[in-house]
Design a protein around this ligand. Structure first.
Ligand code: CTP
Length: 217
């Protein structure tokens, strides 16, 4: 079955994004990129043509460097994805894209003159939502949902609103997902079926996710 991965064009977003306030300060999140990188590595090992669009992380990949596009902000991640999306067979949105960015970005380092400082945030571009709108029939997209409450309901909403074929549900609990080497997931498919998995290493979780993908192909 894994032979279906040979030469399959896959676009993967991974890691956090950084949204800068000034040249040296940013808001971001705890994403390590490990889940996305594990998926990318396994796909590459099995012959897929993988392009990894990565936010700033401190891990490495087995994918050739020329197939990794390093970005920082959500806008940069979006622009990089635009280059590859049309020709991709499968898009996997594993990046923890910052939902908001500072309304203004200063070109100079902000001085600490004010006693109280307020930052106004505006919504960031939602990559998965935008590509979900232009996705064509034969393209497959897989998303992630990080939820703390009403988990199945919220994941189902994201699956539908972002036009995913399936969504990987995980939680920010100790040892699961964000910032850890292990993950405990459920996979929801657009047809309505749900599969639950036990706590595993991210490498093993990547294989579960790819096995599900192979079933759709
Ligand atoms: N996503 C994205 N661009 C964004 C936000 C999210 O591409 N600006 C993608 C993520 O990579 C993931 C999916 O959308 O595949 C869901 O991300 P998540 O952070 O769980 O949900 P949000 O849509 O951001 O909603 P909320 O934070 O309100 O739960």
């Amino acid at each position: 079955m894994l032979s279906k991965l040979k030469n399959l064009k896959v676009l993967i977003t991974a890691g956090p994004t950084r949204e800068y306030l000034d040249p040296v300060r940013f808001i971001s999140n705890e994403s390590t990129g490990k889940m996305g990188y594990a998926i990318a590595d396994f796909l590459y090992k099995n012959g897929a043509d993988v392009t990894l669009i990565s936010g700033p992380v401190s891990i490495t990949s087995t994918i050739p460097l020329k197939k990794i596009v390093q970005v920082k902000s959500a806008n940069q991640m979006f622009e990089a994805c635009k280059i590859y999306f049309d020709t991709t067979d499968v898009a996997i949105f594993s990046a923890a894209v910052a939902d908001y960015k500072p309304k203004f970005q200063s070109n100079c380092k902000i001085k600490k003159t004010a006693e109280v400082s307020m930052v106004e945030f505006v919504k960031n571009i939602d990559l998965a939502l935008e590509f979900g709108k232009v996705k064509i029939g034969k393209q497959i997209s897989i998303g992630f949902a990080l939820e703390t409450n009403d988990v199945l309901e919220n994941a189902t909403k994201k699956l539908q609103s972002k036009n995913f074929d399936s969504i990987i549900l995980n939680s920010p609990k100790e040892g699961e997902g964000f910032g850890f080497d292990t993950n405990k997931i459920a996979i929801l498919k657009k047809e309505g079926n749900i599969k639950f998995f036990s706590l595993k290493s991210k490498q093993e979780v990547a294989i579960d996710i790819i096995n599900e993908l192979v079933e759709i192909l």
